[in-house]
Design a protein around this ligand. Structure first.
Ligand SMILES: Nc1nc2c(ncn2[C@@H]2O[C@H](COP(=O)(O)OP(=O)(O)OP(=O)(O)O)[C@@H](O)[C@H]2O)c(=O)[nH]1
Length: 941
């Protein structure tokens, strides 16, 4: 990767100075002005002025692509004051001496270096380049004299011998000057201590943690290759990888573990590069991960430009959820689907500070131990994105989102929703997050209402410390099969001063305590003052319904008030129950937020209008029993429940960002949705996700060649595929039938399916067997339309949604073959097909076609829904950005090194990546060289 001027926002200033203070030197001028003239005109000038004009070399003709100002200094023309000024402005200073003039060499240490150092801070010394001009006049090198000086002064970056007359090494001199500025040693390395500086170690440690995709403390081959590609945009040859590991192995005991690079080994490699004068490799890595010259993350990296138009909100897109899921998975070491305090600390180790305080635990779902669950974790990210998108971008930057997901910037994680006014006009929305402001008098039960959304009853709420209280609560709800986030915000009860933020929301919740006669008045007043004329839907909630209801001291009763203002009748609510409070009310609020126009249809409880009549019908016992009958008839036609009860139903799932692994879930087909759960007979809290059958295009058998797996594949309309496997051919057949039937496919009868049973079909070559005959496509528009219509037809049932799920038509048992901790019946006995997949290149090739599912989490948690909102499922098609590699390094130039190294200096290789570069640097005698220069050894740089 190279740096263009937009990446390195600096102009490089170069000051050339020479010794010319006494007569002797004046007669023996070292030729700095000639050097500048030769560079500019590409010929040696016969006559030179006392001082060259200040020149600027444009960025596009310099190797490092930064504009370079070259400033000449002449004692004859300039005062000391002017010289000091130029020194203070310079980014790099070239001290020119003449190789045939010993005195000019001596003056480097006796005059120039002390003069420059006196005018610069010790910690921010300007880099120096020693330039030995007139090499055409001698047939020996001045290096023997110069190298001890280089060792004495750490600020000397490089020494170059050149000839203005022969034009030898002229451009190289300027190249090194640029390089000294762009890839300075100072921030990286302490020459006195011969080790990397703490800030550099900190930055590289963060980089290591981000690159360690499975968080096992080592970079395995896959991760190293990914790292290599990310930083240097090219893969690493397997042999090169082995060579590097061998070098590290030979030089330190704990640099390699389990055939992977440990953090120690990683830091060792970088120390080695810096000592070898290959700072640019380390800088390339640092800059790729967002660091500037001071080893701070740049503003552009953390806060990319993102314009949010008015009336739009910000949400995370599918890609971002996938990334966050992989981050969660890699830190949830014990696989309990929650982050313990230690796991959370580990997750935020790549942050400069702890971003989540204890209030977060009261904002989102936690498990019984009070640890943030997977769903809680995603909810908190959703909340941050909604409320403070800049902060979200910053956090994503710390986690390395744009790097790991190969995006241009963190902004690629954000979806800016459509203007809300357009949503209102069109009466539909694509948004996934809806905000509900909760208002009510003091003590009316607002906090209780928020906490109840997180499944906490009153007894549990009483354990919350006052200083850990949160004014937000966020979780998911389902509205017509779509998962949506509902964000509740408790507004402080100050009637006179409600700010715009207190009022701006998608739905308002007016809360009063039915046991307190003075409670409703506040709601009525707030409604009349702020919401009566607004288009924001409102819902009145009568809290503490477990207590005795009293008459409200207000001119009208709450029910009459609601009727008069065409509001939904007050909804009774209590969180004072043994169980977790009901979630119905939250679903209603989300529905109102999604369909605000719906309030015109029915906000009454008159039992006379069409809406009320349909509502009663839909809720009627009769309809429920008819539905249940029909359902069981369909199910029983193809399978008995008993047949499937003991079946294992495998699902291919991706765990982490990169590895594919099989996990197993229990599946339940419910209406047009295939739900999958962590455990048998799972409830909402065990739900890991679902497929909407309407999204299924086809179902087909597949066969894994090496072992008998009763697999089949469902192909979604977006091209994604999911491979599932049952325990027997029969069960597979039944499942396929069931799914085909559920998608209204006519081609489903026992004979047809059996005749294409993969067990009997010969196919030894491919991973999967698929023929046109055993592929059933859900392309009947009629069928699809019917499903769509069915979905739409539920819309008028706004606010009447019922959260009750019908009992499972089909329940499959499942186990996680890769997780021996799983306490499930088939964990040991069921064959695992992971090995086969991993070994089979064909299978891996198909990796991108498969959707990613959350990893099986066997333990019970409180969370109700797991998967990311379907509306976010849009994968970016963008190609990864390509970057160029660094230019050639010139010949005959010496970076700082020992006499021994200098004597055998050869042309430096092109940089092609950390490890590749290492191998090239080391050459044939790599191991010997590394041993001689390893940190802590006696070799002097
Ligand atoms: N019996 C009963 N008590 C409840 C219920 N909900 C809340 N409470 C109690 O009512 C009191 C006030 O509840 P909060 O939720 O703190 O009320 P609030 O509106 O947030 O109060 P402020 O933040 O002070 O405005 C507390 O003592 C709760 O324990 C409920 O459903 N039933």
């Amino acid at each position: 990767m190279s740096y263009c001027c937009s990446e390195v926002q600096k102009k490089l200033m170069l000051v050339l100075i020479e010794r010319c203070q006494n007569t002797q030197c004046m007669t023996a001028k070292v030729g700095k002005t000639s050097l500048i003239m030769s560079l500019v005109s590409e010929e040696f000038p016969d006559e030179v002025p006392l001082r060259a004009e200040e020149i600027t070399i444009p960025a596009d003709v310099t190797p490092e692509r930064v504009p370079t100002h070259i400033v000449d200094y002449s004692e004859a023309e300039q005062s000391d004051e002017q010289l000091y000024q130029e020194i203070s402005k310079a980014n790099v200073i070239c001290i020119v001496y003449s190789v045939n003039n010993k005195k000019s060499i001596e003056k480097v240490t006796s005059h120039w270096i002390p003069l420059i150092n006196d005018r610069t801070d010790k910690d921010s010394r300007v880099p120096l380049i020693l330039v030995g001009n007139k090499s055409d006049l001698v047939d020996h090198s001045s290096m023997e004299t110069i190298l001890p000086i280089m060792n004495q002064y750490s600020e000397i970056e490089t020494c170059v011998e050149c000839s203005a007359k022969n034009l030898k090494n002229i451009s190289e001199l300027f190249y090194y000057a640029q390089k000294a500025v762009l890839h300075p040693t100072g921030p990286l390395y302490c020459p006195e201590e011969k080790e990397m500086k703490p800030s550099c170690i900190k930055a590289l440690t963060r980089i290591f943690k981000i690159s360690d995709l499975d968080n096992d403390g080592i970079l395995n081959d896959h991760e190293l290759n990914f790292f290599q590609r990310t930083c240097f945009n090219m893969p690493l040859a397997p042999q090169a990888l082995e060579d590097v590991k061998n070098v590290v192995r030979r030089n330190m005991t704990d640099g390699i573990r389990d055939n992977g690079l440990t953090l120690k080994g990683f830091l060792f490699l970088h120390t080695l590069f810096i000592q070898r004068g290959r700072h640019e490799t380390t800088w390339t890595v640092l800059r790729r991960f967002g660091y500037d010259d001071d080893l701070e993350l740049t503003q552009e990296y953390l806060f990319p430009l993102l314009k949010i138009p008015p009336n739009c909100t910000t949400e995370l897109n599918h890609n971002a959820y996938l990334f966050l899921q992989s981050v969660f998975d890699k830190h949830d070491k014990d696989r309990d689907c929650a982050l313990s305090p230690d796991e959370l600390k580990d997750l935020f180790k790549v942050f400069p500070y702890m971003p989540w305080g204890p209030d977060v635990n009261n904002t989102v779902y936690t498990n019984d131990e009070g640890w943030i669950t997977y769903q809680g974790y995603l909810s908190q990210w959703t909340l941050t994105t909604y409320l403070d998108v800049q902060r979200c971008l910053e956090y994503l930057g710390y986690l390395g989102y744009s790097i790991i997901h190969e995006q241009e910037s963190q902004a690629a994680a954000i979806t800016i929703t459509r203007n809300k006014q357009i949503d209102l006009q069109k009466k539909q929305t694509q948004r996934s997050v809806f905000r509900c402001n909760v208002l009510g008098a003091r003590g009316s039960g607002k906090s209780g209402f928020l906490q109840a959304f997180l499944g906490r009853n009153l007894a549990r709420q009483k354990r919350i410390r006052e200083d850990h209280k949160s004014y937000y609560a966020i979780s998911t709800t389902y509205v017509y099969g779509q998962e949506k986030y509902l964000l509740l915000h408790e507004v402080l009860p100050d009637f006179e001063f409600l700010s715009e933020a207190d009022l701006a929301c998608d739905v308002v919740c007016l809360v009063y305590d039915l046991s307190n006669p003075r409670s409703f008045e506040y709601c009525a007043k707030v409604y009349k003052k702020y919401f009566m004329d607004s288009k924001t839907p409102c819902m009145v909630i009568a809290t503490k319904s477990d207590l005795h209801e009293v008459r409200q001291h207000y001119s009208t009763s709450p029910l009459d008030f609601c009727r008069r203002h065409k509001l939904h009748p007050p909804q009774q609510f209590t969180c004072n129950a043994a169980e977790a409070p009901s979630r119905d009310i939250y679903t209603k609020l989300t529905t109102m937020a999604m369909y605000p126009h719906g309030k015109l249809r029915c906000m009454c409880a008159c039992n006379r209008c069409t809406f009320c009549i349909s509502q009663n019908l839909l809720n009627s016992e009769l309809l429920h029993s008819v539905r249940a009958k029909l359902y069981s008839v369909i199910v029983n036609r193809h399978m008995t429940q008993a047949d499937l009860k003991n079946s294992t139903f495998w699902l291919r799932a991706s765990v982490g960002a990169t590895r594919l692994r099989w996990v197993t879930y229990w599946f339940k087909l419910h209406n047009a949705t295939l739900f999958f759960y962590n455990k048998e007979h799972g409830s909402n809290s065990d739900l890991r996700g679902q497929y909407y059958l309407i999204e299924i295009e086809s179902v087909r058998e597949v066969m894994w060649t090496k072992k008998k797996h009763y697999s089949f594949e469902i192909v979604l309309k977006n091209g994604k595929r999911k491979v599932l496997a049952a325990e027997s051919a029969d069960l597979r057949h039944q499942w396929m039938c069931q799914l085909l039937q559920a998608i209204n496919h006519p081609v489903c009868n026992t004979t047809e399916l059996n005749s294409y049973n993969s067990e009997t079909a010969p196919d030894n070559k491919g991973r999967t067997k698929s023929s046109p005959c055993n592929r059933f496509v859900n392309n009947q528009s009629g069928a699809s339309d019917r499903l769509v219509m069915r979905r739409h037809s539920t819309e008028p049932v706004s606010y009447l949604w019922s959260s009750s799920h019908h009992s499972a038509a089909v329940i499959l048992t499942a186990t996680s073959p890769n997780n021996t901790d799983v306490d499930l019946p088939h964990a040991q006995s069921t064959p695992c097909i992971l090995d086969e997949i991993d070994q089979n290149a064909e299978v891996i090739e198909l990796e991108h076609d498969y959707d990613v599912l959350p990893h099986c989490k066997p333990l019970h948690t409180e969370e109700p829904i797991y998967d990311t909102p379907p509306s976010n499922r849009r994968l970016s098609e963008r190609e990864p950005e390509t970057t160029e590699n660094i230019y050639d390094v010139p010949k005959y130039a010496f970076r700082k090194k020992s006499v021994k190294e200098a004597s055998c200096a050869t042309e430096l290789p092109e940089i092609t990546g950390l490890l590749h570069d290492m191998v090239l640097c080391l050459g044939g005698n790599s191991a010997d060289w590394v041993r001689a220069t390893a940190p802590g050894t006696t070799c002097q740089p």
